[in-house]
Design a protein around this ligand. Structure first.
Ligand SMILES: O=C(O)[C@@H](CO)OP(=O)(O)O
Length: 218
């Protein structure tokens, strides 16, 4: 039995392009973001991946990415569950601020801790640990049972909600998880064993027609 779980971060959003902390704010995809979603679908199709069920967050950029992927699969009506457990980490008071401005104001080290440490929350927001504490129960209760039943599952979500899942699936620690970066529009294909452990993992790098130079530095 196939136990396929595909994680895909949304395509580039307007605020990714502008280098702003986003969190629970709801910017739209850029043109490049739309193209990334199509490229992700193409590369998954090339690998013979199909889907029976989808999960996404309450935020437009993830839902739009999923919609484009499912349309490209000819499956726009695939059963889809929307849940805010899959939302991006809440960036609290940093939401809407320029990341470079934040580095100048609070220093590289502090901003790095807010963005990539396991347990340092941004002011008024969620640490990765807080995000894990809502993503993981949802995964165990809703997503994993579908995968274990043999449904091929796609999850379209966000950098830090997906880092939370990757942490659990890959058995990462608070010391190793800061190194994990999940880029926009990059699918990760997991195949699970019957006991829910990971049999294989493939990070897919889709081919983009758009030149890399249109991506801003993070
Ligand atoms: O701003 C955000 O919500 C996230 C994802 O874009 O940023 P970061 O990579 O800093 O966690």
């Amino acid at each position: 039995m196939d136990r396929i779980l595909v994680l895909v971060r949304h395509g580039q959003s307007d605020w990714n392009f502008k280098n702003l902390f986003t969190g629970w704010k709801d910017p739209l995809l850029t043109e490049l973001g739309v193209e990334q979603a199509h490229a992700a679908a193409k590369s998954l199709k090339e690998r013979g991946i199909g889907f029976d069920r989808a999960f996404t967050s309450t935020l437009t950029r993830a839902q739009h990415t999923l919609k484009l992927i499912l349309e490209d699969f000819g499956a726009p009506d695939l059963p889809t569950t929307v849940n805010l457990a899959l939302n991006e980490r809440d960036y609290g008071d940093l939401s809407g601020l320029d990341k470079e401005y934040a580095r100048k104001k609070w220093g590289d080290e502090q901003v790095y801790l807010w963005r990539r440490s396991y347990d340092v929350p941004p002011p008024g927001g969620e640490s990765l640990r807080d995000t894990v504490a809502r993503v993981l129960p949802y995964y165990l209760q809703s997503i994993l049972p579908a995968v274990l039943r043999g449904e091929r599952v796609v999850v379209a979500a966000h950098g830090n909600s997906l880092r939370s899942l990757v942490m659990a699936l890959d058995g990462l620690t608070p010391q190793t998880v800061p190194d994990v970066e999940i880029d926009t529009g990059i699918p990760i294909i997991y195949r699970l064993n019957a006991d829910s452990t990971v049999a294989s993992k493939e990070v897919v790098i889709p081919h983009l027609a758009e030149p890399e130079a249109t991506r801003p530095p993070d």
